[in-house]
Write a protein that binds this ligand. Structure first.
Ligand code: 13P
Length: 253
């Protein structure tokens, strides 16, 4: 049984004051147990420490949106994985399509970041997904399999206990065009079959695979009831407490 995992990825949004209000509203409105649904928030770097304090005593876990592959050193502007742990993060998103697209992140870099995150004791949310053009060309499976292969090249079955996948079709991110639950399920099933071949059936059965891309209160239920959809990575709808809480509560049970 895989507990659904709902994570808010705030991206580069909010300011210090409204970030704190949002967290407080989410904590106040949350009425599920950790056994029914696990909840995470990934604020921008400058707010992590403050939000970590606000989350103390709540079941919500803190994550970061990225981290660097080096443990420390001369990398101006970067944030190391141990620093994320230091400010209270338990998770880190790696390989988001926006980083692949705007920051030149390759599968090679993604693999190095995964190794650094696991070394630091963080759990990883590894994002994969195809463009609309790749889907139209019928190469979607090759693309996501290639991303998995590149990212997980150094990983062993035991590492998969600390890795969550997020399938985020690029054409559905921030566009309002959600993949239908059937379309998403088809890819999630493909990803799990890939994991089975690479790491064995038992491991593949335990790995959670989130869906991301225009997840909203109106579509979460049909997504989460699919057999291989184990949660959501939520962008825009995680920026208001009401929408995010509705998504969380509809994912429980
Ligand atoms: P939206 O929910 O805004 O489409 O963003 C999805 C996403 O990229 C989450 O990481």
């Amino acid at each position: 049984m895989r507990t659904p995992f709902i994570v808010g990825n705030w991206k580069m949004n909010l300011n210090k004051a409204n970030a704190a209000t949002l967290v407080q509203d989410i904590i106040t409105g949350l009425h599920t147990s950790i056994h029914e649904v696990e909840v995470g928030l990934c604020p921008p770097f400058p707010y992590l420490e403050r939000i970590s304090k606000l989350l103390e005593g709540s079941p919500i876990v803190l994550g970061a949106q990225d981290g660097h592959w080096a443990e420390h050193g001369a990398y101006t502007g970067e944030v190391a994985m141990p620093m994320l742990v230091d400010v209270g993060c338990r998770y880190v998103i790696i390989g988001h399509s926006e980083r692949r697209q705007h920051s030149g992140e390759t599968d090679f870099i993604v693999a190095k970041k995964i190794a650094a995150a696991l070394e630091a004791g963080l759990r990883v949310i590894l994002c994969v997904g195809e463009t609309e053009e790749q889907r139209d060309q019928g190469v979607m499976e090759d693309i996501v399999a290639g991303q998995l292969q590149g990212a997980l090249v150094e990983c062993f079955p035991d590492d998969m206990a600390s890795i969550i996948l997020a399938y985020e079709p690029i054409w559905a991110i921030g566009t309002g065009k959600t993949a239908s639950s059937e379309q998403a399920q088809e890819v999630h099933e493909f990803l799990r079959a890939w994991l089975s071949r690479r790491f064995g059936d038992a491991t593949a059965e335990t790995v959670r695979i989130q869906y991301g891309g225009s997840v909203k209160p109106g579509n979460i239920r049909s997504l989460i009831t699919m057999p291989d959809i184990d949660g959501a990575l939520v962008g825009g709808a995680s920026l208001t407490a009401e929408a995010f809480l509705q998504i969380v509560h509809q994912s429980a049970g």
